[in-house]
Design a protein around this ligand. Structure first.
Ligand SMILES: Cc1cc2nc3c(=O)[nH]c(=O)nc-3n(C[C@H](O)[C@H](O)[C@H](O)COP(=O)(O)OP(=O)(O)OC[C@H]3O[C@@H](n4cnc5c(N)ncnc54)[C@H](O)[C@@H]3O)c2cc1C
Length: 330
């Protein structure tokens, strides 16, 4: 019986493991992929938009070559942090189900084993559940909901659909490196400059505008994506005009939502949050209405890495205090 089972080894899960270790809480982290799997899935060579103090577990730990770390520097830091602190992270093991017994403890089944725990922290992110447009042909193999690499698409016709930083960065990488790139975006997203609304950040938008001037990038003000075929995309523009473009690859980058099905199965209530449906949780403890079920990172309204790291510092002391009280009683 673990005191705490943590689902996912992203920034939130690693932070929780580190805090649990310090507080003498007996924990395990179950991670379906690799340590820092979401960061591993970022585009190769990407410079992240946060500064080191927003990304590190201990002040001064992350020391990138430039002002902001690259994907590779960040990933290397997270992996080294887990290894150097000997955190109990089991990788390439997927949590398949979580059920609550009558005595309030949890039974967790993974692809490899069964576990019991007094508390469960859902910190499994949202990367696996990208939003879809549900357009005809979106299931073709040339359509991807993640962007990883630009070089396979040099001199090819690429379409990027989306209005946030991920779509902007993908379009920029592709245009800069020689793909014939079209960014299909709602006009209001392109014209939005409020950084709080998840728009394309100015350090991505400025170079995108340069690519537009050089005619290495085309901008398409989108009404909707009508259909993807083997060698074309059919788009409707903001005035309802249909346009067919030659196409080799499509990236639909319109965000992702955490999968709430396991939480709902446990009886956790949900509500409309800052970015869509989120579990209902206590603002101070991040415990849901089901005692012993906690949420952090992309499962909450505090999604950026900085918050994903800070929230477990509130959760773990609550668990440690309860365990102390329980043990004193015994
Ligand atoms: C391209 C890109 C760039 C970004 N840049 C920044 C940035 O500069 N700054 C910033 O603050 N944010 C950035 N973000 C967002 C950031 O990645 C997330 O906010 C952050 O990863 C959330 O942390 P998390 O620990 O909640 O989830 P994640 O990092 O997504 O970790 C969740 C983990 O859970 C695992 N998992 C999922 N399901 C299961 C399961 N059933 N069983 C076991 N394990 C499971 C996943 O494999 C994953 O490793 C960026 C996102 C993208 C896509």
């Amino acid at each position: 019986m673990f005191d705490l089972l943590i689902i996912g080894a992203g920034p939130a899960g690693i932070s929780a493991a580190y805090e649990a270790k310090k507080a003498d809480v007996d924990y395990v982290v179950i991670e379906k992929g690799l340590i820092g799997n979401t960061i591993y899935s970022y585009p190769v060579g990407l410079t992240v938009f946060s500064t080191p103090e927003e990304l590190e577990f201990r002040e001064g730990d992350l020391d990138p070559a430039r002002e902001k770390p690259t994907r590779e520097e960040l990933l290397s830091y997270y992996v080294r942090f887990v290894l150097e602190n000997e955190l109990n992270v089991r990788t390439e093991e997927t949590v398949l189900s979580v059920t609550r017994a009558e005595n309030g403890t949890f039974a967790i089944t993974t692809g490899k084993a069964k576990y019991s725990a007094q508390n469960v922290l859902f910190s499994s992110g949202a990367m696996d559940n990208p939003r879809k447009l549900n357009a005809k042909g979106e299931d073709l193999p040339k359509v991807s909901h993640h962007f990883r690499e630009t070089y396979p698409w040099v001199r090819k016709n690429a379409l990027v659909v989306g209005g946030g930083n991920s779509a902007g960065e993908a379009a920029l990488f592709l245009a800069e490196e020689g793909a014939n790139t079209t960014l299909a975006i709602f006009r209001e997203d392109w014209e939005n400059t409020d950084p709080k609304q998840g728009c394309i950040k100015y350090w991505v938008k400025n170079p995108l505008e340069q690519q537009l001037e050089k005619r290495c990038l085309q901008l398409f003000f989108l009404g909707k994506l009508v259909e993807v075929t083997e060698d074309t995309v059919i788009l409707e523009d903001e005035e309802g005009k249909i346009c067919t473009l030659e196409n080799d690859v499509v990236f639909v980058l319109i965000g992702s939502d955490a999968d709430l099905s396991m939480l709902k199965g446990l009886g956790v209530d949900t509500e409309e949050g800052k970015y869509g449906e989120v579990p209902s949780y206590h603002e101070d403890t991040f415990e849901t209405n089901v005692p012993g079920v906690f949420v952090a990172g992309h499962f909450t309204n505090h999604r950026h890495i900085k918050q994903a790291i800070l929230v477990p510092r509130k959760i773990v002391p609550v668990i440690a205090e309860r365990l102390r009280a329980m043990r004193t009683k015994e």
